[in-house]
Design a protein around this ligand. Structure first.
Ligand SMILES: Cc1cc2nc3c(=O)[nH]c(=O)nc-3n(C[C@H](O)[C@H](O)[C@H](O)COP(=O)(O)OP(=O)(O)OC[C@H]3O[C@@H](n4cnc5c(N)ncnc54)[C@H](O)[C@@H]3O)c2cc1C
Length: 302
């Protein structure tokens, strides 16, 4: 471990950018999960590349983390390095109708920039609590919109080389992409928006935010929708039909407000959350014959 830190500090990282034993529960919205051996917080593209290269040279497994809003880390934590982009690698610029943002930029921040510039097309993303990198990788979407609708290109890292890929090359599907399949890393992304009316854009953003407050358990930690939407069904409705609304294990619970969300109602462990997810999948399969697929990414060791 000390060796990794020495290599990174020799490459220009400051001590405050390197945190040994960082609890992952502090970096994920579900608020569960043990420590990662080393969390690295790069501020520039060069530092992201240096951290990844150092991990490769040292044979150290490496996970890229954005807002941690679709990530459950097991209680034993992560052996290796987490490169966390959401704290320092988050600049964004506007040029005409396009916004280019570093991977760690929050979707809400990009949405605010779009609003200030009277640009429409990003309203759907404002309430999604993730970063640009995580959202492009997941092809995040809500209320009839998805990243694929407005993404122009992304700068990616594959096997140590940076290249620019057009949106089509990324094969963005329902919460899936080539990025996740092939373990590529998003460094930045460019969104093409349209001129719009500021009042209408703000109105739509407020309307979607109100809908989220109304329907989603935003007062508890969660990872959003736990399961993907099965074709022709809604995960929440299937879970409710299986009688599991409000069902809990330890500190984890199927939300009373929206059965598609597993929440941490206080003091949950990752084991509680994952056990509950497993039981929900089994019971829904038994009752409806439908296998719910997890939308949330699960990493780390028990
Ligand atoms: C209350 C709540 C509401 C939500 N609502 C929605 C919604 O409406 N629609 C929706 O789609 N999602 C929703 N989500 C889920 C989540 O916000 C999205 O999936 C988001 O896009 C994840 O981004 P992130 O930066 O938090 O990614 P993380 O959780 O940090 O990472 C998710 C995955 O992406 C990978 N990843 C992260 N950054 C990069 C990168 N730069 N390059 C390559 N891979 C990367 C990670 O390794 C991991 O596999 C919600 C979550 C919460 C908690």
């Amino acid at each position: 471990m000390r060796e990794w830190i020495r290599v990174l500090m020799d490459a220009g990282f400051e001590a405050g950018q390197l945190r040994e034993g960082q609890p992952m529960c502090e970096l994920t919205t579900m608020k569960v999960g043990g420590p990662v051996d080393l969390a690295v917080f790069p501020r520039t593209r060069e530092q992201v590349l240096v951290a990844l290269e150092a991990a490769k040279q040292l044979g150290c497994p490496c996970l890229v983390v954005g807002g941690g809003s679709n990530l459950i880390v097991r209680d034993g934590g992560i052996r290796g390095m987490a490169i966390v982009l959401s704290e320092g690698f988050c600049r964004a610029t506007i040029d005409g109708c396009t916004i280019t943002a570093e991977a760690g930029a929050r979707l809400s921040a990009v949405g605010s920039m779009a609003l200030t510039a009277n640009l429409s097309g990003f309203e759907f993303a404002c309430g999604i609590p993730g970063t640009v990198g995580g959202a492009v990788a997941m092809n995040a979407g809500a209320y009839g919109g998805q990243i694929a609708d407005c993404l122009l290109w992304a700068d990616l890292l594959r096997e140590g080389k940076v290249y620019r890929a057009g949106a089509k090359e990324l094969e963005l599907g329902y919460r899936s992409s080539r990025i996740l399949k092939e373990g590529l890393i998003v460094l930045s992304a460019c969104f093409a928006l349209k001129p719009g009316d500021g009042k209408a854009i703000l109105g739509r953003m407020n309307e979607l935010a109100a809908s989220r407050r109304d329907k989603q358990p935003l007062d508890h930690p969660s990872s959003g929708s736990t399961f993907k939407r099965p074709q022709g069904h809604f995960a929440g409705a299937l879970i409710q039909q299986a009688g599991l609304k409000g069902y809990g294990i330890g500190g984890a619970q199927v939300s009373e407000k929206h059965a598609g969300f597993v929440i941490n109602r206080g003091g949950a462990t990752a084991r509680d959350v994952l056990e509950l997810i497993g039981q929900v999948q089994e019971k829904v399969l038994a009752v409806s014959g439908i296998r719910l697929e997890c939308e949330v990414r699960v990493v780390g060791e028990d």
